[in-house]
Design a binder for this molecule. Structure first.
Ligand SMILES: [Zn+2]
Length: 369
């Protein structure tokens, strides 16, 4: 039987239903897993997303884009294909796409994580025959600390800086991680201040009903904002510019899954690296794949080859899915776009050399654990 989802020039395509999932070119009908720039592009004639993500997608797509919504779990028919969206736990409104036709069920995960995140609905496993999964952190070296540990580490760092009269600057992408960090820190430590790109998304989150602590926008012509007591949340693109000078003496930290590789943080000279990601870590990927019950797994977006190999060793029918991201399994290749979820700022990416090779080698060990 023909595959329900295939890769075309414009991206993942469901021929039977005549629609695309996260197309990278304008198409007549686009089902969007979430609003990050590498998944939601402008120019399509019609968009479909999960209802909690509508305002975020609207702020990314502009006021005129025709956006249809469905509730999580609600099934609609598109040219005879049953389509439903299910929480992916990645950012507000993020969804896995479930497709059913002719007795076969496919799920396209989009980006997802299993960790707790107070700013979005938690990941829900969806049973299927064929799973198309991301693999951004699909190597055994990538294991995340718990959300509680991350929050405690952030608070301690912020408190120490505040007591020394130093501003705490944490770099995090503007959609999702910035709001998550704001939601988990202790706002009694000091004021929280955000870059304009972050504030745009903060406002979309608030308008969508997500509760966040008070967050100040940096006023025009400001000087020494926050008096050395503030936690500043900004996208990595501010590095190297003059914006950071607004805060006087500052400790600059990066919040990213790539901070797992200590060499990355050191080479970039970040005062701190917080290992916090909105993608599944390695155990999370394996847990999600197992929970899907899928016998066939297509791996995309990240370390597709080694993860597919590991899954084959475990008896699954697994293969990398040849999308435009295939073969770009190094962090160097991630984050060409400014707000790519896990991009270290330009030029900061870890080399695919020693660290990644060692990590890739480790995958065999994990297979026999
Ligand atoms: Zn994403």
């Amino acid at each position: 039987m023909q595959d329900l989802v295939e890769v075309t020039e414009a991206g993942l395509y469901c021929r039977r239903g005549d629609f695309f999932v996260d197309p990278w070119r304008p198409v007549p009908r686009a089902v969007i897993t979430h609003a990050h720039a590498d998944h939601a592009r402008r120019g399509s004639a019609r968009y479909l997303c999960a209802s909690p993500g509508k305002l975020v997608l609207r702020s990314r797509m502009g006021g005129q884009a025709p956006i249809d919504v469905v509730r999580y779990g609600e099934t609609i028919l598109i040219n005879g294909v049953r389509v439903s969206l299910h929480p992916a736990g990645h950012v507000l409104g993020s969804a896995q796409v479930r497709l059913e036709h002719g007795g076969t069920t496919w799920v396209v995960t989009g980006d997802y994580k299993l960790e707790r995140d107070p700013t979005c609905a938690p990941f829900e496993p969806v049973r299927c025959d064929v799973l198309v999964t991301e693999s951004t952190f699909g190597l055994p070296v990538y294991r995340w600390p718990s959300s509680e540990v991350i929050a405690a580490d952030l608070d301690r760092w912020w408190r120490e800086n505040r007591d020394a009269g130093r501003t705490s600057v944490v770099l995090a992408y503007a959609l999702g991680k910035a709001q998550r960090l704001a939601a988990v820190v202790d706002p009694s430590i000091g004021p929280i201040v955000a870059h304009g790109a972050v504030m745009t998304m903060v406002e979309a989150y608030r308008a969508s009903g997500v509760r966040l602590p008070p967050i100040d926008r940096v006023p025009p012509r400001a000087r020494r904002v926050g008096g050395g007591r503030a936690l500043v949340i900004a996208p990595p693109s501010v590095l190297g510019g003059s914006w950071l000078r607004l805060f006087g003496e500052a400790s600059v930290a990066m919040a990213s899954g790539w901070m797992t590789l200590r060499g990355v943080r050191r080479r970039r000279g970040f005062a701190r690296g917080f290992v916090v990601s909105d993608h599944a870590d390695f155990p999370g990927l394996l847990a999600a794949i197992e929970a899907s019950g899928a016998r066939r797994v297509l791996v995309t977006h990240g370390f597709a080859d080694p993860l597919a190999r590991l899954l084959r060793e475990r008896g699954l029918d697994a293969a990398p899915l040849a999308t435009r991201f295939t073969g770009e399994a190094s962090p160097d290749a991630v984050g060409v776009e400014d707000d790519d979820p896990e991009a270290p700022a330009s030029g900061t990416a870890p080399s695919p050399g020693a660290d990644a090779d060692a990590a890739a080698a480790g995958i065999r060990g994990a297979a026999v654990e």
